[in-house]
Design a protein around this ligand. Structure first.
Ligand code: CP
Length: 332
């Protein structure tokens, strides 16, 4: 494996092999598998889980990792092509990325969406500019439109809790949030559940449709796996018989890049906070998923997050096992 960027780059059989490897490493540790190997972690955007789980994954496999972030004591990194660098940043990705990569056997890069122009973010412009500068194995740690490590971990969590593949009823729901958030997690999640062969419903208010290109890709993946993908604004319809609800807020695609118009629209939907009444006609043991971090009392009620429906801690722990499998496949 040279490049872990988009789950859809891999067949279901290849993902299953990664998940089998993740389970093997979880139960039968290989503390010397990556002895002498170094992973570089470039965080252009903040993190808790990704940062900690990649470092832990490398340590558990006997390798090492180092972290570079513009928030650290470095010179500030410019990403724009062709820029005259007369501002604060003294370093450009064109030098910084190859230099960082030259110290390592593999590199992970995180660069969130700029959220100014939807087409630019769908094309993953900033991440791909850095991807072009890397010749060693590369892991996408969340870009404008991809978060494959989260989705691999979520697929494992669904397996771990015994969620049916074909026929499993999966709801990806928009949720309230004070800020316009990136599309990476919902875009990757709808594709993951579709590839897993689930019957997927995207539940969201008007104005928060996922981009057509993402929905079409998810429908194509579902067709190949025996699943289905639909979308609705009707919560009762979406939750009818649901076995899992995956909550996430994202930017208004109708007002993408327009913070005021997005804010005006999202304020009309502050009641989209997942709580027990949402589960009235769901399966009795319907589970709650979220990638974290999550705003309590805004995205989801405490009683859901702290109750038996929630598998959010398992999801976060599975980040480490899923990434151990990716690193093992790349470097062992
Ligand atoms: N879910 C996730 O990627 O968490 P972090 O942003 O904390 O890494």
């Amino acid at each position: 494996m040279k490049d872990f960027h988009d789950l859809a780059d891999y067949s279901v059989a290849e993902i299953q092999a990664l998940l089998d490897l993740a389970a093997r490493l979880q139960h039968n540790p290989e503390p010397r598998a990556l002895e002498g190997k170094i992973l570089a972690l470039l965080f252009m955007s903040p993190s808790l889980r990704t940062l900690a789980s990649f470092q832990a994954a490398m340590s558990r496999l006997g390798g090492g990792a180092f972290v570079i972030s513009p928030n650290m004591s470095i010179h500030g990194i410019e990403t724009r092509p062709g820029i005259v660098m007369d501002g604060m940043a003294a370093e450009h990705i064109r030098e910084a990325v190859p230099v960082i990569a030259s110290y390592a056997d593999a590199i992970g890069i995180r660069a969130f969406a700029e959220r100014r122009n939807l087409d630019d973010d769908l094309a993953d412009l900033e991440y791909n500019a850095m991807r072009d500068l890397v010749e060693i194995p590369l892991i996408n740690m969340e870009s404008a439109i991809q978060h494959p490590c989260q989705s691999l971990a979520d697929w494992k969590t669904l397996d771990d809790i015994g969620m049916p593949k074909n026929g499993g009823r999966f709801v990806l729901s928009w949720a309230s949030h004070p800020n316009p958030l990136p599309l990476a997690v919902p875009a990757t999640t709808v594709k993951m559940a579709a590839m897993r062969g689930m019957d997927v419903t995207v539940l969201r208010p008007e104005g928060f449709e996922l981009p057509d290109a993402i929905m079409q890709q998810a429908r194509d993946l579902a067709a190949a796996s025996g699943g289905s993908v639909r979308e609705t604004t009707d919560r009762d319809d979406a939750m009818n018989g649901a076995q899992v609800i995956y909550a996430k807020s994202w930017s208004s695609t109708r007002h993408y890049g327009d913070k005021k118009a997005d804010g005006d629209l999202r304020r009309q939907h502050e009641d989209w906070c997942v709580d027990e009444p949402w589960f009235a006609n769901a399966a009795d043991d319907c589970r709650f998923m979220h990638c974290l971090p999550v705003r309590r009392g805004i995205v989801v009620a405490d009683r859901i997050l702290d109750g038996p429906r929630s598998v959010v801690i398992q999801e976060a722990q599975n980040r480490m096992f899923a990434q151990m499998a990716v690193l093992h496949a790349m470097l062992a």
